[in-house]
Design a binder for this molecule. Sequence first.
Ligand code: ZN
Length: 160
Amino acid sequence: MGYEPSADELRHLNRCAELAAEALEGADEPFGSVLVAASGDVLFEDRNRTAGGDQTRHPEFEIARWAAANMAPAERAAATVFTSGEHCPMCSAAHAWVGLGRIVYIMSSRQLVELRAELGAPAAPVNAIPVQEVAPGVPVDGPVAALEATMRELHTRACA
Ligand code: ZN
């Protein structure tokens, strides 16, 4: 059930992992996301910024707001959001409310919940509901095995 990305897709997913590493260096949580237009152009990217105390500062949420402010509805629907970890329910809802298109993630929420449990990290306050249960119209691909070890290592460091 894993997804085999194309070379271009893998490049965007690698950038997500880089952004996640940058977040961890900044004492934030290791998540990064990239918004890519139908043309293949990278439009916007961000990383987790929750260290300041606002636990809603997820990159996927920032992408949804950026898309709503800067893209026409048809452009949003044709765009793809690449992300290091599957959207949480808040971000899945924001993604669907602004009419964004496909999602490609490296690690699923289920994989992350299992890893965090293995590491003895506290459970999150929000259930890890899969994107498609929150936003059934959004095409979703993942997980991507080629980058899973990279993300597991970052999350393991984050929980240490
Ligand atoms: Zn989120």
